[in-house]
Design a protein around this ligand. Structure first.
Ligand code: ZN
Ligand code: ZN
Length: 496
């Protein structure tokens, strides 16, 4: 980094402003180019050539290191905290993941957007052309201050603003499109004034604004505890993993059934084909809807409204019923499989997935995946780390809680008798009592006992952590008589 000097004027950043918007505003106030300002405040080397092409500006907007923030604070009069808050690192692990080595938002992780910004024309008009950082998030699609759907692109040149960094060699007019014109030679700026761009006004009480409010609340609190999450709060990043997984299911399987979740105007914008001119600029094509952050705010609004309709249900079973209702085929089948796994999702999403499939699972799989529990789950998984605060448990007391009360298996109903935590006791405890694990496993006439299964599917084998924790198959309920008799200590008068 180069030597910095203090700027002759101080310009405070707007609340929530992005770093490049701020340095452009400083440059405009000084009547200088952004390149001169960036070199003065030490963010660019003096001899840097064509920094806009090198990607360094995008990296600065994503993440500042400690030295850069300190230099910026010294030369421009902002605090180091303010400097960091103007970068996308502000949302790291809350909304997206920043790769600290590449200084880039991971685009394949929960709708991370590495480049480009949506915008609210009304905000740009009011604040003199200052760009907010949150417009760059994949999950931002509405301005809650103006109830406007954010605009995706410049209506004149069709380019996504800030997808490519603007020139650092010429002064830039705030509030105007800085993308290069296509046919002008020598290259000039597009210059479209953004305050004139029409934006769709949304109903204050409508589902799209409600969805954006819920998302912004989860971002600011860093966690989700509404609807299906109320018993098992999850980090906000996991919420966005769940939203993305549901968006993938809905946008790929049943896009035509989502019309009722948004106003018709948003649906029309979502269904509009991307202009050919814009497609040529965008390196990312949406070949698999929902996997990456949608190019259009309308698509993000549709996906968020529909998926939050599911996740706002009272529990995983209601959410599963809502999802089942949406995706069920005409013949009643569900286009999901129990073995499907999504990246970056929470245990609550797994529960919703299993609850969606529950009526279509065999009885043994219903027990295996605990579909009658409030939070269905795969063997060996849980929604929260186990609580060890009470210290080691007495093995006999533990067993009493693990073995189900005596009740004939034939009378058990999945719906009314959740299987409970059937876990075999530790090996040393069984050895002391001369018990083999098969003594404790369920005994069902005509079926073999569960044995170590070396050829088990990877997703099942990965969940097992030892012989004693092998999940009970085929019903899962131990035969009540005989087992508890053998486990119970002999009467005192028979002790030697
Ligand atoms: Zn606005
Ligand atoms: Zn333009």
């Amino acid at each position: 980094m180069t030597r910095a000097r203090t700027l002759p004027i101080r310009l405070a950043p707007h609340s929530g402003e992005a770093l490049d918007s701020w340095w452009e505003a400083v440059a405009h106030r000084l009547g200088a180019s952004t390149g001169d300002v960036l070199k003065s405040i030490g963010l660019l080397p003096r001899g840097a050539s064509r920094p806009a092409d090198s990607g360094i500006l995008g990296r600065l907007v994503t993440l500042l290191d400690t030295d850069q923030a300190a230099t910026l604070a010294w030369s421009a009069g902002v605090t180091e905290a303010e400097a960091h808050a103007m970068t996308l690192a502000r949302y790291d692990r809350r909304v997206h993941v920043v790769d600290p080595q590449r200084r880039r938002v991971a685009a394949r992780h929960v709708w991370g957007r590495a480049r480009g910004s949506r915008y609210c024309p009304a905000c740009l008009t009011e604040n003199g052309g200052r760009w907010l950082l949150r417009w760059r998030l994949g999950w931002s699609f509405v301005c809650l201050d103006h109830q406007l759907l954010l605009v995706d692109a410049c209506p004149r040149c069709s380019r996504i603003p800030r997808h490519f960094q603007a020139t650092t060699r010429h002064p830039l007019a705030p509030g105007r499109c800085h993308s290069p014109s296509e046919k002008d030679s020598p290259p000039t700026r597009c210059g479209q004034p953004f305050e004139d761009v029409p934006a769709l006004t949304l109903a204050v009480q409508g589902p799209v604004i409600a969805a954006q409010k819920l998302i912004e609340e989860a971002i600011s609190r860093g966690r989700a505890d509404f609807g299906v999450y109320q018993d098992h709060p999850q980090p906000s990043l996991a919420l966005f993993g769940d939203l993305r997984a549901l968006a993938c299911i809905l946008l790929r399987r049943v896009p035509e059934r989502l019309a009722g979740f948004v106003p018709p105007e948003i649906l029309a914008l979502h269904q509009q084909p991307v202009p050919k001119k814009r497609r040529s600029f965008d390196p990312v094509e949406e070949t698999r809807p929902g996997r990456l952050a949608p190019q259009r705010a309308a698509t993000a609004a549709l996906a968020a409204s529909a998926t939050l309709h599911i996740l706002e249900q009272g529990d995983a079973h209601q959410a599963g019923a809502a999802l089942r209702h949406l995706i069920r085929d005409a013949d009643g089948s569900i286009p999901l499989k129990v073995g499907l796994r999504w990246a970056h999702t929470s245990p609550v999403f797994d529960a919703v997935h299993l609850a969606t499939l529950a009526p279509h699972l065999s009885h043994s799989d219903q027990l295996r995946y605990r579909t009658a529990d409030r939070l269905p789950r795969r063997p060996g998984s849980s929604a929260a780390p186990p609580d060890h605060s009470a210290g080691p448990r007495d093995p006999d007391a533990a067993l009493a809680s693990m073995v189900r009360p005596a009740e004939p298996f034939e009378r058990c109903s999945v719906a009314h008798h959740p299987p409970g935590p059937v876990v075999l006791p530790p090996a040393h405890w069984r050895r002391e009592r001369g018990l083999h694990h098969s003594d404790l496993a369920p005994s069902i006439p005509g079926r073999r006992q569960a044995r170590p299964t070396h050829g088990a599917p990877a997703h099942e084998a990965g969940a097992l952590q030892g012989h004693q924790r092998r999940p009970v198959r085929a019903g899962g309920l131990p035969r009540p008589r005989g087992i508890t008799d053998r486990l119970r200590p002999p009467p005192r008068d028979r002790l030697p």
